[in-house]
Design a protein around this ligand. Structure first.
Ligand SMILES: NC(=O)c1ccc[n+]([C@@H]2O[C@H](COP(=O)([O-])OP(=O)(O)OC[C@H]3O[C@@H](n4cnc5c(N)ncnc54)[C@H](OP(=O)(O)O)[C@@H]3O)[C@@H](O)[C@H]2O)c1
Length: 331
């Protein structure tokens, strides 16, 4: 398994990470805890060392499942990444989302971060976090002061590396000397960060962790209009999953699928390998729910793409009109 540094933290983490949002169930139509534990263990057995979770994923459930899966494994072999800044048990000035009868608030005060960190350590059953990240910026907090709080936790030995998620390039640049990583949405279909955050990461030596690298299933090339999602799955009724968009993705993926067939690998593995080959993209956080997905996704970092194969995928990606164009209201 290819390993890459988490910024200047001294930590090397597998280039393919286990993304643990879906196994929390919330927004993903529920979860099967036993199958999730098996999926995490299969990932670890396939060489994955980095697991990305968050308190809000299932309101503690994802972290608990990760804790169960890693119990008994050598702690030093696993890079546990979690987050702070989205709370559901207290109010703050900024409502982040109202969903499933719960209100989720953004808050990144120093006291709240420390409280959240303690709760995460307990749920995960560990005594330090390898990578601690702000989940979303808090408009009520100065993000540089937040970075200083994260840095203090690092100096106290409670966390080993720190980063932002969903950050503006200006926020990232201002605090880059205190940070190790940036986590942003990025995939073959979502490339906006190539012109803002990625250049900051490259110039300032931060790892770039790409989230939703399979576009929540769309880049498997196997989601068609017949696929039904549970009402509580974020993909149900989502404009990104409407037939018009699925047809456009099918057209973009046609040459990628034929290349995958030639190489004898699943399309998503090829797509993940291409993503890892993009300048500055150090890690892909692949949301994974089953043993089969775990094995397929983990193997992406071993897939060597030749320059002419990358060119085929580049050319296919260049034909993508963009979600915004396709999801504009029709006249
Ligand atoms: N910081 C943030 O704000 C943020 C936001 C989003 C995500 N993230 C992180 O990034 C991770 C990944 O993002 P994501 O879960 O949104 O999207 P993703 O990784 O693009 O897609 C995950 C979904 O794709 C399907 N899938 C994955 N591997 C597959 C395979 N080999 N074959 C077939 N289907 C496969 C599964 O859906 P099915 O359920 O259909 O099997 C899975 O739930 C999250 O788990 C989380 O750690 C962070």
């Amino acid at each position: 398994m290819l390993k890459r540094p988490l910024g200047s933290s001294g930590i090397e983490a597998s280039a393919v990470a286990f993304g643990a949002w879906a196994i929390g169930g919330w927004k993903w139509g529920g979860t099967d805890a036993e199958a999730s534990v098996s999926a995490i263990r299969a990932s670890l057995d396939s060489g994955v060392t980095l697991i990305d979770t968050a308190p809000v994923y299932g309101f503690g459930l994802s972290e608990e499942i990760v804790g169960k899966a890693i119990a008994g494994r050598r702690r030093e072999d696993i890079i546990v990444a979690t987050k702070c800044g989205l709370v559901w048990d207290r109010e703050s000035a900024t409502l982040h989302a109202q969903t499933d009868g719960r209100r989720i608030y953004r808050t990144l005060s120093a006291d709240s971060i420390r409280e959240e960190l303690n709760a995460s350590l307990q749920r995960l059953g560990v005594d330090y976090i390898d990578l601690y990240q702000t989940h979303w910026p808090d408009p009520a907090s100065d993000m540089h002061e937040v970075a200083e709080t994260l840095d203090a936790l690092k100096r106290e030995g409670l966390v080993r590396a720190v980063g932002f998620c969903n950050a503006s390039p200006a926020e990232l640049k201002r605090s880059a000397d205190l940070l190790d990583t940036d986590q942003e949405r990025y995939s073959l279909l979502d490339r906006d960060r190539e012109t803002d955050n990625l250049p900051v990461c490259l110039s300032d030596g931060l790892a770039f962790l790409a989230y939703s690298p399979i576009a929540q299933g769309l880049l498997t090339g196997r989601i068609d209009a017949k696929r039904e999602f549970a009402d509580t799955d974020l993909r149900s009724g989502n404009p990104r999953f409407q037939p018009r968009v699925l047809d456009a993705i099918d057209a973009v993926l046609a040459p990628v699928k034929s290349l995958a067939r030639e190489r004898g690998v699943p399309t998503e593995r090829l797509v993940l390998a291409w993503t890892l080959a993009q300048p500055g993209v150090s890690h892909v956080l692949a949301g994974t729910r089953s043993v089969e997905q775990a094995e397929t996704n983990a193997a992406a970092s071993e897939l060597v793409l030749h320059a002419d194969e990358i060119k085929v995928i580049d050319q296919a990606a260049a034909t993508w009109p963009g979600f915004e164009t396709l999801t504009e209201p029709q006249a």
